[in-house]
Design a protein around this ligand. Sequence first.
Ligand code: NAD
Length: 359
Amino acid sequence: MTVFTAPAWDQHELVAFGSDRSTGLRAIIAVHDTTLGQGVGGCRMYPYASDEEALHDVLRLSRGMTYKSALAGLPMGGGKSVIIGDPRRDKTPALLRAMGDFVHSQGGRYVAAEDSGTGVSDIRLMAERTPHVSGMNDNEFGGDPSPSTAYGVFLGIRTAVRHRLGVDSCAGLRVAVQGLGHVGYHLARHLLDDGATVYGADVNEGNLRRAVDELGVLPVAAEEILALEVDILAPCAMGAVLNDRSISVLRAGIVAGAANNQLATAEDSARLQDHGILYCPDFLINAGGIIDVHHQRTGSANDEKRSHIERIELTLAEVLQRADTTRQPTHDIAEELAREYLRRGPGLSVAAPPLQAAG
Ligand code: NAD
């Protein structure tokens, strides 16, 4: 396995491999950039098929966190960790404590939060060994940042709708939500409250049923959701869902969802643009969760957190406007804007006024 020549390597500041004989822990921590603060990001547990796959994921995800936190105006850098293993089979309290030791050994350059395959209770076990964890407070949602992520994505959708369709709500619009888990469920609720018709698909029958029975989501087969004739597609399941094959069958004019790393390759942002699809960069509109984590750490009031999440609308509006002016893909513009914030360095924090149009 190579690291410095790995495809997802991007001058990461730190990549650490950790193992623990007694608990079977095998984990990687990656810190991409600490210009704006400690590398904060989720600890993902997943049964990766190979070490290379785990490395690829942690490198990509930690880079994404740098950009996400920078655009959200957070005093945080980009980090992420992965535990190689099946969370349903391999997760034990001892393994999570060992992960806590591993996080602690990085001296605070990385701060762990929950992610796919881990939850608030797991972070609490890590916290027995290290203070460098976040997102485990008992807030209105019990520490789970997903409702905040869903709220930010919903605001992103409304901003895109305003920009593309010139209307102020989703009333009468059709939205396809792929994945009705933690984020997708709450997103569907916001959309329905706003008057949209929501179609949903999930490979997990229980999650699909819950959204259908409790919210009134219209069920669609998982293999049909991407090509559904709708106004908006919201990918809220897994990454790399937008690729050369899928983009050619999409019928939605707007793509805006929570999933991380929705674009399979860098070329897919231009491909979406060529197909006339307005793409809302995932790392911009799904920042509600990391904003929530930040406010849990600082102990701020809920309305402060809420207004911070609402700044996603301003940032996205700026990206869409710049994309119109320059005719560049939205994803590229959002990355460029994040790099501008990184160049400006620390100081652009939550205490700062809303993000301004820069240049
Ligand atoms: P989750 O695991 O709770 O939900 C994902 C859902 O997608 C599950 O119900 C799963 O069964 C379903 N799914 C998987 N493959 C599918 C497929 N092919 N078709 C349809 N459904 C499928 O995860 P989540 O916390 O809701 O996060 C969703 C996405 O958003 C992930 O990519 C995550 O990385 C990203 N994200 C989450 C947060 C957060 O706060 N939870 C923050 C930022 C980004």
